[in-house]
Design a binder for this molecule. Structure first.
Ligand code: SF4
Ligand code: SF4
Length: 358
């Protein structure tokens, strides 16, 4: 019997990025000497060989439809040199080897409604988790919060007025893909889940849900003669972890699902140790489509940071220098009992593993 014909393997991983890079970037990989910032949103990198490449960074609405992408690609083909990439905060960057093309490219982007900026000591594009568009468990539309806030923070994106770089993130649940940042706007559920007992037996794998709860607050129970679950509400920390594997345990609520603002998170260990963000405002209404209450708090924090921080201090460094009591004083945010982390499980999991010791 003939041997079966072998087919080539299908590679489904991340493709080699070099093939998409501007030729000047490819040629000078590992040879860059320095970079300069000629104006907000524009960088020029200079190689040890003398070659230069200019980068023009623009903000978008982040969730991009195909028409917007085509418009951006047309601008890249007409005014740039056909090379782009996206930053981790979803800014689009165009690379050109001819400095004379920078100003027409900036004008074309601005004319088409894409602000140029987001470099150096600016508020760069906010990052967000998926929100209502892609995920089945969000308590708010993180991408909508971002759009509403970015509209208000546009002047800070296009200028260099901040003491240092500001990264803002939003997150539509507390348990999965949310990030931390200099300022983070995160969902906070404030009431335990409500159980639709009629559906649990058909929809939920009960042992999985019981195992999922971080504080062992869920128990199997028989309700009206049917297998269901019950929640010990005294133990429940309203994290929302039980809702994804068991949608009949609905935790999203028009009023009880709120937003909270955290500040001072920093992943980088470039100049100091990485830092965890800390809660500064809770109980903020989850108020689409423009979330004005959350935006007002973020703007107030930025205003105080801009007025009070020394040059190149990040938000966490500014607060560490002036002290938390002073932070609440200058921002006018109330300090409440909710700012005190008295969760009894904290001792066992927060910065207590040998893997995260600073
Ligand atoms: S943060 Fe949570 S709700 Fe939002 S997209 Fe990620 S998993 Fe879904
Ligand atoms: S919300 Fe969190 S703590 Fe409460 S029952 Fe569900 S998994 Fe447990």
């Amino acid at each position: 019997m003939a041997a079966p014909e072998m087919r080539d393997p299908i590679e489904s991983g991340c493709p080699d990025g070099f093939q998409y890079m501007h030729p000047v970037m490819r040629r000078n990989f590992g040879l860059w000497a320095y970079h300069e910032d000629p104006r907000p949103g524009v960088l020029v990198h200079v190689s040890k060989t003398g070659e230069k490449v200019w980068t023009v960074r623009a903000g978008t609405q982040r969730i991009l439809d195909v028409f917007t992408l085509r418009k951006l690609m047309d601008i890249g083909d007409t005014y740039g040199e056909g090379y782009v990439h996206f930053t981790i905060r979803s800014n689009i960057e165009f690379q050109v080897a001819d400095g004379a093309k920078v100003e027409p490219l900036v004008k074309a982007l601005e004319d088409a409604g894409f602000p140029v900026g987001g470099t150096r000591n600016s508020v760069t594009s906010l990052s967000h988790t998926q929100g209502w568009l892609h995920c089945d468990i969000p308590g708010t539309d993180a991408s909508g919060v971002v759009k509403a806030m970015m509209d208000e923070l546009l002047p800070e994106f296009k200028s260099w007025n901040m003491p240092n770089r500001v990264h803002i993130t939003t997150s539509c649940c507390q348990i999965n893909c949310g990030g931390q940042g200099d300022i983070a706007i995160n969902v906070q559920h404030t009431k335990p889940p409500k159980i639709n007992h009629a559906l649990v037996g058909n929809v939920c794998e009960r042992p999985t849900v019981v195992a999922r709860c971080p504080v062992a607050a869920i128990r199997p129970a028989m309700v009206d003669g049917k297998p269901s679950l019950e929640v010990d509400e005294k133990k429940c920390i309203c994290c929302g972890a039980c809702y994804p594997p068991c949608p009949p345990m609905q935790i999203n609520d028009h009023e009880a699902t709120q937003l909270a603002v955290w500040i001072g998170g920093n992943h980088s260990n470039a100049r100091g140790k990485p830092t965890f963000q800390r809660l500064v405002a809770a109980g903020i209404p989850n108020n689409p489509p423009r979330w004005p209450e959350a935006t007002a708090i973020v703007k107030k924090i930025l205003e105080c940071y801009k007025a009070g921080a020394k040059d190149w201090e990040r938000i966490n460094e500014w607060v560490e220098r002036i002290g938390w009591p002073r932070f609440f004083e200058v921002t006018g945010l109330p300090f409440t009992k909710y700012h005190i982390d008295n969760w009894r499980g904290a001792r066992a999991n927060l910065n207590s593993s040998t893997h995260i010791r600073f």
